[in-house]
Ligand binder design. Structure first.
Ligand code: FES
Length: 150
């Protein structure tokens, strides 16, 4: 075997192992998105504290400006059995479609691939690998604000 050929084979083996390493790390980034969340948390006015659900779920429409565009989305406020207020992102953890609350079935359903989540956002069926994201909320002057990473 010539030196050039041996050098080529050594490089090829290094590249192959490098690609295998990347292939191994990509699912980790997919399953643990917190490792790639470095965007700034910004709070937006959501709803008057008196209008928060006393029981069950309330869908709240939210619009905000992002890089010159108006973004319209929905946020879910959930009154937990413990009395606490939970704020859930509508973004499906599978491929990012927006979920809807199904009043008849009492669960969140994703229209894209049939993902299902229970009332507190836990994935209970279909392809979603994780629960719905819980968004931080704060109350200032009687107004509930939701934190989004933009
Ligand atoms: S994007 Fe929701 S199930 Fe696929």
């Amino acid at each position: 075997m010539s030196v050039d050929r041996r050098g080529f084979l050594q490089r090829a083996v290094k590249y192959i192992f490098g690609l295998m390493g990347l292939a191994f790390l990509m699912p980790i980034a997919y399953l643990y998105p917190s490792t790639i969340k470095r965007r700034r948390l910004k709070y937006f006015t959501l709803i008057d504290e008196d209008d928060a659900p006393r029981k069950g779920i309330k869908q709240v429409e939210l619009s905000y400006e992002l890089r010159g565009d108006t973004v319209k989305t929905r946020i879910f406020l959930v009154r937990e059995s413990s009395g606490g207020l939970l704020c859930l992102s509508p973004v499906c953890s599978h491929l990012g479609c927006l979920v809807n609350w199904d009043w008849e079935k009492g669960e969140f359903r994703c229209p894209c691939h049939g993902g299902r989540y229970n009332m507190v956002g836990k994935n209970i069926g279909g392809p979603p690998p994780r629960p719905l994201e819980r968004l931080p909320i704060i109350t200032k002057g009687g107004i509930i604000q939701v934190g989004l990473r933009l």
